[in-house]
Design a protein around this ligand. Sequence first.
Ligand SMILES: Cc1cc2nc3c(=O)[nH]c(=O)nc-3n(C[C@H](O)[C@H](O)[C@H](O)COP(=O)(O)OP(=O)(O)OC[C@H]3O[C@@H](n4cnc5c(N)ncnc54)[C@H](O)[C@@H]3O)c2cc1C
Length: 502
Amino acid sequence: MRDDHVDVLIVGAGLSGIGAAHHLQERCPGKSYAILEAREASGGTWDLFRYPGIRSDSDMHTLGYRFRPWTDDRSIAEGSKILNYVRDTASEAGIDRHIRFNHRVVGAAWSSEDARWTVRAERVDTGETVSVTCSFLFMNTGYYRYDEGYTPELPGLDRFAGEVVHPQHWPEDLDYAGKRVVVIGSGATAMTLVPAMAEDAAKVTMLQRSPTYVISMPGEDGLANRLRKHLPDRIVYPIVRWKNVIAQGIFYRVSRKRPELIKKLLRRGAIRALPPGYDVDTHFKPKYNPWDQRVCLVPDADLFRALGDGSAEIVTDRIEAFTEDGIALESGGKLEADVVITATGLNLLFLGGMKIAIDGAEPDLPRALTYKGMMLSDIPNFAYTLGYTNASWTLKADLTSEYICRLLNHMDAGGHRICTPRVSDPAITEEPLLDFNSGYVLRSIQHLPKQGSKEPWKLRQNYPVDLRMLRHGAVDDGTMKFSSPPPRAQSEAATQALAASS
Ligand SMILES: Cc1cc2nc3c(=O)[nH]c(=O)nc-3n(C[C@H](O)[C@H](O)[C@H](O)COP(=O)(O)OP(=O)(O)OC[C@H]3O[C@@H](n4cnc5c(N)ncnc54)[C@H](O)[C@@H]3O)c2cc1C
């Protein structure tokens, strides 16, 4: 059992955790920190997912860090390039020296007397339990379970003689060349897999229960690539980042205010990209409004092209049962398959599944309110990163880290050791954390904390608004309460620490 203490403990060495460490090194250079990572590698999502065609589905000028320009010609980038970008960020700034791999954090206990967290982690490689104490705990564990993707009940699946693969656990040696592939699902993963697998498979069928809105965008950003010929990256990057923030913001807000207009535009886009007579209304016209669920982006119309050249098809139907050689459909049709890909989604997981205790009591996390989308009511010295649902994750991740650094510096300047967001306005009512009705959100929303009806408890999902609040707004806003342990407890804690170290 190894015991040690850091000022800030970051959990998770994915895009967010490495970004958080970078901000911390730059803005709070005096703080000691460590990163605990459950896996034996960094990069999170971008290391885990290895399916054919894996790529971003938002542009890298906003999915990239604010502090590190994205310089590749591709704006919708391959997963391996994103992984290199994250890892290069870590190695160039010496962040990787702070990562402790194979440490799965399972619990964290806060002591108000000592103003510190004791964090318990299981060593995935040795089975040992390790405990680390920290003054501030910063969770960067993403939003879904790593060990298991979501697979719905698929009747008769065990009868199927072919191979069944979930994209989260892609076998390196899966050979689908010349085979008949059925991809079940209609989310971003299915949309990525279908054109990528269609290049080698005999035929790829995307089997969806209901359609998704799909929009095609150029895989390269023309403005970025033109400007980069004349100007340095540090000038081009923020220009393109802001262009994309504004464009995405307009698209999102018009979608919410005038859904009929956006529905018409999306339909027209699909009709134009598909062969004449294609049944757009069956396969690309959802019943819900755009951004009730995520709108799927496909680069350079690759999905539409695969549908157009016949290497892929979409079937909108329901599974009646698997048979030995395929899937029987409720409509009476049948899909023959050698390989079935269950692109049926993720299992949401908040805080990496970690249990929390505050002075010995377990807080009711689903009743907690999110403060500025990064801390929780009544939980001291604790933050988490949760990106936007309607824009690139990193826009919010960067702001979150910047704000936490401001908060830590504010506490040092005022001699405070504890910061706790407290709800004092009785008029604040609870709302669900996410206003999305995608299956993966609905399956887990009851386990997530809530948002409040008013700022700073309300999630705006709006980068310019958050930027104003988090980069420029007051840290001491009346809601965040600052304190320190009573002097007696402090001196007792110091004596205990001295005794333990001697
Ligand atoms: C296939 C796919 C494509 C995506 N594409 C986009 C996109 O184009 N644009 C976009 O904005 N978003 C996208 N997302 C969302 C994406 O997850 C985020 O953009 C981003 O990668 C999240 O980074 P993160 O570091 O917060 O989380 P993750 O990448 O999930 O990393 C979390 C890290 O924390 C570790 N961890 C988790 N629990 C524990 C624990 N208990 N103890 C220790 N370590 C732990 C994990 O092992 C992992 O390394 C995509 C998601 C998926 C699944």
